[in-house]
Write a protein that binds this ligand. Structure first.
Ligand code: SF4
Length: 177
């Protein structure tokens, strides 16, 4: 499988990723506590259709991960506030990769990104379906994934961002079977 995924690794690198790693889905860590950080700490909680309480629960994610045999964990480093368009482009990159994998025969491919969906300029209209369901993907953390522990398992040294001056690392996951 690793050899087969090399094509996608090359493509991810071309998009400006700072690191691309193979990870066994068994090493993608899920915690019930992760949702607490969304609910009590993120002002996007309940405002985006890709975020809790609309995103997959930790229990759903645990079960779902068992249905995959491989994954790619990859990161982007973009300044938090200045480069909104770049951050927005991550979701487009993910959707493109997922689609390409699907068309290549990996029909279960599923991509996950980082942070609240920012494809629309305004908050989601929660009374209506997502305006860009073909592009919008939940973040790892929105699904209960412990991003720090998972990064460590993938061999990525992820540090806590301590100031708005620091450059955050956006973590993505591409599940494949
Ligand atoms: S694409 Fe728009 S409507 Fe859909 S989750 Fe993202 S911001 Fe909300």
């Amino acid at each position: 499988m690793k050899k087969t995924l090399n094509k996608y690794i090359k493509e991810i690198i071309k998009t400006g990723s700072s690191a691309v790693k193979f990870i066994d889905p068994k090493k993608v860590m899920v915690g019930n506590w992760v949702r607490l950080k969304c609910q009590f700490g993120c002002d996007a909680f309940g405002t985006r259709l890709t975020c809790p309480p609309y995103s997959p629960t930790p229990e759903y994610t645990r079960q779902m991960l068992k249905e995959y045999s491989s994954a790619l964990f990859f990161t982007y480093k973009y300044p938090a506030l200045k480069e909104r368009k770049k951050r927005q482009s991550i979701r487009r990159i993910l959707a493109k990769l997922e689609r390409e994998m699907f068309l290549d025969g990996f029909y279960k491919a599923f991509a996950m990104g980082a942070g609240p969906c920012n494809l629309c300029p305004e908050k989601c209209d929660l009374t209506k379906p997502c305006l860009h369901a073909e592009l919008a993907r939940p973040s790892l953390e929105a699904c209960g994934i412990d991003v720090y522990a998972t990064a460590k398992n993938a061999g990525v040294n992820l540090k806590v961002v301590k100031s708005y001056k620091d450059t955050p690392t956006y973590c993505c996951l591409l599940l494949v079977e």
